[in-house]
Design a protein around this ligand. Structure first.
Ligand code: ATR
Length: 281
């Protein structure tokens, strides 16, 4: 809380590059404020190549915890003392907790995605999914869905090799997933659309309005649920709304991943409503 910083104030933050558009400082500070925790959450702009020094800084300056964003989510794993179970699958971390210089890496994106998803889908295990993308965000989404017992997950990616790599990495850690995960090319999507009931975009396609569609969005049916983890209303979401689908943007995932980070750091129940209010401001 900025108007009461004193000698005991603890420091948290987010490291990324660029970081100035991050919404996390606003809602994390609101949460500290609401619970009267003497802490601040600040943005740290860390250039590529400077991450090792930044992590030394976290330890040396006794920064209690950080979120990690692009482009450091994978590389950060080189510098921590311990990685939690989900990070082994996802291969990337978005949350670091510092316990007297001992750094533990977590990934709260999967939790955030699933908690958001549960607001619009009752029983995840009864659903079949089409995931667009096979990067870091896709891995978090797929990890979350597997944990919830999703029946089938098609992973469509521009480069099919990356989808295959995701599946072989996950299969190495857990053999059961081999029958659930199916890699497909983007041009094969029309053939499997009827076999899925939820479509999730994890790629950056749609950030810019002029981005080319990943497939012909006119093929989406009214009974598809369509989710885009991008925060704004993308062409995919707009089209799905027009068709009459149930939709969700990336805001719930952003909110709940942050709430989970807050819980990991403070071991307190996050004031989710307060965080949401401030995120939407
Ligand atoms: P993130 O951590 O956000 O997932 P990433 O690991 O760089 O970021 O992954 C980006 C994803 O968006 C990938 O699935 C990428 O496809 P490729 O693996 O084929 O590169 C996808 N992507 C990005 N731009 C794209 C585009 N113009 N068309 C199709 N897919 C795109």
């Amino acid at each position: 809380m900025l108007d009461s910083v004193n000698g005991q104030t603890e420091v948290y933050g987010i490291i990324g590059y660029p970081v100035k558009h991050s919404k996390s400082p606003v809602f994390q500070n609101a949460a500290f404020n609401h619970l009267k925790i003497n802490a601040v959450y600040v943005p740290f702009s860390v250039k590529p190549g400077e991450l090792g020094k930044a992590v030394d800084g976290i330890r040396a300056l006794s920064i209690k915890g950080v979120n990690v964003t692009v482009p450091h989510k994978e590389e950060i794993l080189k510098y921590v003392n311990e990685i939690s179970e989900e990070v082994k699958y996802i291969g990337a971390a978005n949350t670091i907790k510092n316990i007297d210089g001992y750094l533990i890496a977590y990934n709260t994106d999967a939790y955030g995605f699933i908690r958001g998803l549960k607001e619009i889908i009752r029983d995840i295990s009864k659903n079949k999914f089409l995931i667009l993308g096979a990067g870091g965000a896709s891995r978090a989404v797929v990890y979350g869905l597997l944990n919830e017992g999703a029946e089938k997950i098609y992973i469509a990616n521009r480069s099919i090799e990356r989808a295959e790599k995701l599946i072989s990495d996950f299969s190495e850690l857990n053999r059961v997933v081999k029958d659930i995960l199916i890699p497909i090319r983007l041009d094969y999507i029309p053939d499997i659309l009827d076999a899925v009931n939820v479509i999730v975009n994890t790629t950056s396609v749609g950030l810019k309005d002029e981005d080319k569609e990943l497939f012909d969005y006119n093929l989406i049916k009214k009974d598809h649920t369509v989710i885009d983890i991008i925060y704004k209303k993308t062409p995919l979401i707009k089209k799905a709304e027009e068709i009459g689908c149930k939709t969700q943007d990336g805001i719930p995932m952003l909110l709940y991943q942050g709430a989970k980070s807050f819980e990991i750091w403070t071991e307190k129940d996050p004031p989710v409503e307060i965080m949401k209010e401030n995120l939407l401001k």
